[in-house]
Design a protein around this ligand. Structure first.
Ligand code: FE
Length: 339
């Protein structure tokens, strides 16, 4: 072998060795969460394990599309997204592999995980009403919002949004299809205006008296409660909050969750990351950073807004079950004209 060629071979070999090593020390995270506090979480993981995180951020549906388009060559190791409906869609598309993460199995309650993905934080979908226009007795259940006495009082975001699809799925699971259908029709008949905007926009509209009542995820409320802006404080002051369905199946809760991608080049690092997410420290960062509740057993957060919201009876329907009814929920909403 010529000296130059040998040198080349040697450097190629060492480059390859370096690549193999680097592969174990890297985690490619596709995340639909865009919270500042998540940053601290990733730094902490790297400090503990030496595994560097490459983060690819995007909108929920775009990220899933990207993983599917990349196919077998996808660099994605872990996919983090919000809402059981979306996690279920990813799962049905064959994006995940069995998780087999010991820490997750030990720490996350069984109803908050499936064999392929787990929930790492929860949020509740609650009723918010204008205190000057509505009495709390009128809006104690999701069903109440479909009652004719609330004609022209209801503001909602799109029926195609996963937050509402998951709620619809819970109603189908607990009350059956005909009941869910009647509910959706009643709700649409009570709309003060065509659906537009996100949950925060509905809260602002209710506070402004544009409508009397809406349904929102709790962290949007908590965000307004913790805001120091006078206009946000005014919104909070005008609103009353109800935990729906306390006398029946409980308030609908949804999740933020993650799974290991089927083609993950760094599956071992991915497992370590999910175990890390289930740890006390990570649970507090992950959930509290977006004003959510941790899913791991026994983890307590010290969050003034969550404390102020208080405790409630949550729906205990297994999160995997919920996901089974989301396609049906979409059909029900379509038929009801909830665009
Ligand atoms: Fe959200």
């Amino acid at each position: 072998m010529k000296p130059t060629l040998r040198l080349l071979t040697l450097s190629l070999l060492s480059a390859l060795a370096g690549l193999a090593q680097a592969q174990d020390k890297v985690l490619n995270l596709y995340s639909a969460r865009h919270y500042q506090t998540d940053e601290a979480l990733y730094t902490d993981f790297t400090r503990q394990t030496g595994i560097k995180i490459n983060r690819i951020e995007g909108k929920e549906d775009e990220l899933l599309e990207r993983i599917r388009n990349e196919g077998a060559r996808s660099p994605a190791d872990v996919f983090i997204t919000v809402d059981a409906a979306r996690l279920a869609i990813a799962d049905q598309a064959g994006v995940f592999q069995p998780m087999q993460a010991k820490g997750v199995e030990q720490r996350i309650p069984a109803h908050l995980r499936t064999p392929t993905w787990a929930a790492f934080s929860t949020r509740a979908r609650v009723i918010a009403y204008n205190k000057a226009a509505i009495k709390p007795e009128q809006v104690q259940t999701y069903g109440d919002l479909a009652h004719p006495r609330l004609k022209n009082q209801v503001c909602m975001r799109s029926g195609a949004h996963p937050y509402n699809l998951s709620l619809g799925a819970a109603i189908i699971a607990h009350e059956g299809l005909p009941q869910a259908e009647a509910w959706a029709r009643g709700l649409v008949a009570n709309f003060a205006r065509a659906p537009k905007g996100g949950d925060t926009d509905q809260l602002r509209a209710v506070a402004a008296g544009e409508c009397g009542v809406t349904i929102t995820n709790t962290y949007y409320l908590a965000r307004l409660m913790r805001s120091t802006k006078p206009e946000d404080q005014k919104v909070v002051a005008a609103l009353g909050i109800v935990w729906p369905n306390q006398a029946t199946w409980g308030t609908h809760v949804n999740v933020s969750g993650a799974g290991i991608v089927k083609t993950a080049p760094n599956a071992e690092a991915a497992r370590r990351f999910l175990d890390y997410l289930a740890s006390d420290r990570a649970q507090i960062y992950f959930a509290d950073g977006n004003n959510e509740w941790p899913t791991a057993k026994g983890v307590k957060v010290d969050n003034p807004a969550l404390k102020q919201l208080g405790s409630f009876k949550a729906d205990t329907l297994p999160i995997g079950k919920l996901a089974q009814h989301t396609a049906e929920a979409q059909k029900v909403f379509d038929r009801a004209g909830w665009r």
